[in-house]
Structures are given as structure tokens and as C-alpha cells.
Design a protein around this ligand. Structure first.
Ligand SMILES: Cc1cc2nc3c(=O)[nH]c(=O)nc-3n(C[C@H](O)[C@H](O)[C@H](O)COP(=O)(O)OP(=O)(O)OC[C@H]3O[C@@H](n4cnc5c(N)ncnc54)[C@H](O)[C@@H]3O)c2cc1C
Length: 503
């Protein structure tokens, strides 16, 4: 950064987005850069956002955060995937497990051999070859379960208390020089060029800066309010617009995965933490009223609710530009995708990483802004399509589900499904978030079975295939057998701290 000594960054908002950005900037930007974060305790943060995906481990590792410290401070648990229940009718279930499944043979991905076997009458489950899926089913976890010469392919994420995660990062950022200003932003002041000059607080203080991050949540005070950037509405495909969130006591066993159960006009999440379980219902208000939704949620908890459900309203979609002038929007101010695949915190993380790559020397360059916006839009659209797949391919009988099964798909998703349906081919484009294995599990889990498979897999004699698959299953089973229970693992390595103390 040229002229970095003069750079004065102001982060508006201190939820997960604001404090993730503050922590990363404090860690990676040169020392001379001043970082100020403005937040209002009276407004508070949204307080949901408890399930993550494995990439968050990279974010924390880059900040030098120890996994045990993080889990202890946030009452966190290990997450090996998301179990989808009742999406293909009552009683159906599958898991979108993290990590790899099986191992490729030559050029051909593993799943083609499994498909060939299944198409020849074999009755093993794809998930018999996933360490994460089998460990999740047995409520077990260990980071290095096997022999170093035989890779496990295991990947994991966390389930944690979102408020404590933000507090943990606040502590980290303040120790590295981030200045926190408590106050309510009343006005966003622009200069003659239309760039943001300062935030005017309601008590009259003025917080000036060169570069601003809008982390004000659904309010989007800077990007939407002051800069007037419009919103691309995706409810045509992802119609849910309401959520209720409530906690209940944790129960045993402590499951190392999140659960998403399809309901009449939406779906319900269950996220087990060490000290309690987070629950919520996401639904479409055109198909279900608030009272029925609340009854549905409360009737399907593991234990009594710890308080009243918290209502949230949203419009699925994203800002037409997440970087405009000298302002970048991160988190809920940038857009909203329902938490079906726990992607929002990741989208904050990748926004921060992209911004650090393209961080302006002084006045933001139009080509760099355009590149940031292009990459961000591509990433969000690909996550959107992954979510739409769950609404398109399912076997729920209710009118809500029937309607959204019929909707025309975005072209890229339609092509992806057609390609898979023919011969099980899957390709990951560029730096897309979800891997081929992620798409594979959700496509199969939601009921789309390919008609054929790769001809090289077809050519393998069935006896050889039996041997190859048998060895792969035994390998997975032996790794999982060596793992301790998930609750035992946490008790030994990362027991929760009653007040979320940080070390
Ligand atoms: C129902 C639901 C479930 C979710 N589940 C998940 C999940 O499982 N996994 C996941 O990854 N994500 C999830 N998310 C998304 C996740 O919660 C958010 O992405 C994340 O919390 C980031 O929020 P934020 O920081 O952008 O906004 P917020 O948490 O709303 O923070 C906004 C900040 O701006 C401040 N602010 C606002 N206005 C002003 C003002 N005028 N003056 C001063 N300060 C102001 C507030 O005080 C606050 O500090 C979920 C979201 C919802 C709605």
C-alpha cells in the first residue's frame, strides 16, 4: 500500500462481519493503518450464525488462533457436516459431509466407481466411504484418526456461539490496536465526489475515514442508505423470508453435525453447542403464517425452549455491487442467503480475503472495484445455485415444495444437473466454494441418480471393483473405530468456559 500511513479505515458495525474484518485487517495491514470500529450496544448484533464450514479454520489459523482456545471461548463443538432430514419425504435422510469421499483411481473420480457398482446392483451407500459421514453417524471425532501414510480425507468446521465468536475477535483486534467507538450512527456524510467522508454519530461525534466497511447488518446504512446501491432479489428461487431462532438445553449424545429438517413451508435447523442447542425455523410467509411457524418450531425441539423465539425477516439476494466508491459491504449488508449450507460467515471471510488482495493504494481504482464485484457476484451466485438445488430436487408433498420444484432454474444450475444426470460428471469452476464432492452428496441426497458413469469405471471388472470398494470401506471403518466420542474429545481438548473466558 502506497501512502499507507495516511490510511484511516472505519468499520461501521461490530457483529461477526465487523469484528472478523477488524481482526483480519489488524493482522494483515501495515502498522501505520488506523482501524476504527463503530458499533452500538443498544442495537446489538443479529446473534445467529452458529454453524460454519471448514474454511473458517483457515481464517482462524491465519490469525494465529488456536482451535482449542476458540472452542473453549465460544462453547463450540465440532461440525462434520449437515444432516438433511425429510427432504425426500418423511423418514429420508442423508448427510452433506465435509472432506473427501473414497479416493480416485487414475483419472476418474471415486464416485464413478461407486456409481458403476450401484448400477450393477451393489447396495453400499456412498457415505460408507466418507470418514466424516461415518464419524458423524457414530458421534465421534479426532483430528488425526489414522495412520499418516493413509490419508483420512477428514475435514471439519465448528458450531459456536456467534456472540462469543465476535467477542473473541474483538478481544483479538483491540489487543492489536483496533479502536472501538461505542455510539449510534445517525448520518453518513458524503464528500463532493460522492465518496463517504465520515460517520456522524447521534451524540454529535464525527468519525472520518479514507475507506469504509459497511458491516451494519440488514440496515446497510452505508452501501444501501448513503450510496444508494440497489439489491438483486432472488426470492424467485429462494422464497423463504422469515426465521425464528430459539435455544434449548443441550441433550446427549452431543452430535458433531448440524441438522436441517424440511418442514411444510421451509426447514428447521438444529445446531448443538456444548452448553445449549441453537434451533430455528426458516419459512416462506406466503405459505405459512407466523403462528403456525412458531408452533412448528416449538413442537420440534429436543428440550424446552430457553426463552421466546427471536423473529427475523429477510429478502434473499445480494447488493448489485458490494464495493462502491470507498465502501465495501460485508456480511448481511452485502446480502442474504439462508443458512441452509451455513455459508454466510464464509462469504464474509472470502470478502475480506478478496478485499485484502485488492486493497487500494490510495483512491480506489475502477478496474479493481469491478474485479472485486465480479468475483463476489460469481461466488454468491454459485452458492445461491447450490441452495436452489435443495428446493428443486426434493420429494416433499406440500404445495410450497411443489411450486418451487416447478420453477425454472438458473442456466448454470440446469446445465450442472443435466451433466450429472447423464453420466455423473461434476466440475468445479474456478474458485467456486463447493467442491465436486459437496455437489455430489446433495445431488444424490436430494434424489438425482445419474443414468450412467464414466466409461473407464464401466470397464473395471466387477470383482476388481468389489475388492477396491471393500478395502475403501474397511479403511474408513477402521479410522472411525479409533476415534473417541465427540463429547469426550471436547472434554479433553476444549471444555467450555462458563463465561467464555479467552486465553
Ligand atoms: C436466521 C439466520 C440464521 C443464520 N445462521 C447462520 C449460520 O448458521 N451460519 C452462518 O455462517 N451464518 C448464519 N447467518 C448469517 C450470520 O448471522 C451473519 O452473516 C453474521 O452474523 C454477520 O452479521 P453482520 O455482522 O453482517 O450483522 P449484525 O450481526 O446485524 O451486526 C450489525 C452491527 O452493526 C451495528 N449497527 C447497526 N446499525 C448501527 C447504527 N446505526 N449505529 C451503530 N452501529 C450500528 C450493530 O450494533 C451490530 O454491531 C444467519 C442469519 C440469519 C438471519
Amino acid at each position: 500500500m502506497a501512502d499507507s500511513a495516511h490510511t484511516n479505515i472505519v468499520i461501521a458495525g461490530g457483529g461477526t462481519a465487523g469484528w472478523m474484518a477488524a481482526a483480519a485487517f489488524a493482522r494483515f495491514l501495515p502498522r501505520g493503518v488506523a482501524i476504527t470500529l463503530v458499533e452500538s450496544d443498544a442495537i446489538g448484533a443479529v446473534g445467529v450464525g452458529e454453524a460454519t464450514i471448514p474454511q473458517i479454520r483457515l481464517f482462524n489459523r491465519n490469525l494465529g488462533i488456536d482451535e482449542g482456545d476458540l472452542l473453549r471461548a465460544t462453547n463450540g463443538t465440532i461440525k462434520l457436516g449437515i444432516e438433511f432430514v425429510d427432504w425426500s419425504g418423511k423418514g429420508s435422510r442423508y448427510i452433506h459431509a465435509f472432506g473427501t469421499i473414497g479416493r480416485a483411481l487414475g483419472l476418474v473420480p471415486f464416485h464413478h466407481y461407486w456409481l458403476r457398482h450401484a448400477q450393477a446392483g451393489g447396495n453400499t451407500s456412498l457415505w460408507d466411504y466418507s470418514v466424516a459421514a461415518q464419524a458423524a453417524a457414530a458421534d465421534r471425532f479426532a483430528p488425526e484418526p489414522g495412520r499418516p501414510d493413509l490419508p483420512s480425507g477428514l475435514a471439519w468446521a465448528y458450531q459456536f456461539d456467534a456472540i462469543r465468536y465476535a467477542a473473541f475477535l474483538r478481544d483479538y483486534a483491540e489487543k492489536r490496536g483496533v479502536r472501538r467507538v461505542e455510539g449510534r450512527i445517525g448520518d453518513v456524510m458524503l464528500d463532493g465526489s460522492g465518496a463517504i467522508a465520515s460517520l456522524r454519530l447521534e451524540d454529535g461525534r464525527n468519525i472520518a475515514g479514507d475507506f469504509f466497511l459497511d458491516c451494519t447488518g440488514f440496515r446497510a446504512l452505508l452501501i444501501g442508505g448513503a450510496l444508494g446501491v440497489g439489491y438483486d432479489d432472488w426470492r424467485e428461487w429462494l422464497p423463504c423470508d422469515r426465521a425464528l431462532a430459539v435455544q434449548c438445553a443441550s441433550v446427549t449424545p452431543l452430535t458433531p453435525y448440524t441438522r436441517a429438517t424440511a418442514r411444510e413451508a421451509g426447514w428447521q435447523w438444529r445446531i448443538p453447542l456444548q452448553h445449549r442447542t441453537g434451533n430455528g425455523l426458516v419459512w416462506c410467509s406466503a405459505y405459512q403464517d407466523d403462528g403456525v411457524a412458531a408452533d412448528t418450531l416449538l413442537a420440534n425441539l429436543d428440550d424446552d425452549a430457553l426463552g421466546d423465539p427471536k423473529p427475523l425477516r429477510f429478502t434473499t439476494g445480494m447488493r448489485c455491487a458490494t464495493w462502491r466508491s470507498n465502501c465495501v459491504a460485508l456480511g448481511l449488508s452485502a446480502g442474504f442467503l439462508e443458512p441452509l449450507e451455513s455459508t454466510s460467515i464464509h462469504l464474509i471471510q472470502s470478502g475480506i480475503a478478496r478485499l485484502l488482495q485488492l486493497f487500494p493504494a490510495d483512491t480506489p481504482n475502477p478496474a479493481e472495484i469491478a474485479e472485486y464485484n465480479r468475483q463476489t457476484q460469481r461466488e454468491w451466485e454459485s452458492v445461491r445455485d447450490f441452495l436452489i438445488l435443495h428446493y428443486h430436487a426434493n420429494a416433499r408433498p406440500e404445495p410450497f415444495w411443489a411450486e418451487y420444484r416447478r420453477r425454472a432454474l438458473p442456466d448454470a444450475l440446469a446445465q450442472r444437473i443435466a451433466l450429472f444426470r447423464a453420466n455423473g460428471r461434476l466440475f468445479r469452476e474456478g474458485d467456486e466454494l463447493f467442491t465436486e464432492v459437496g455437489w455430489l452428496q446433495v445431488l444424490l441426497g436430494q434424489g438425482i441418480m445419474p443414468d450412467g458413469c464414466h466409461p473407464i469405471a464401466q470397464a473395471l471388472p466387477i470383482a476388481d471393483l468389489d475388492q477396491f470398494l471393500g478395502a475403501a470401506r474397511r479403511h474408513v471403518a477402521s479410522l472411525v473405530e479409533r476415534m473417541p466420542g465427540h463429547a469426550d474429545y471436547l472434554r479433553r481438548h476444549a471444555p467450555a468456559t462458563p463465561s467464555g473466558e479467552m486465553s
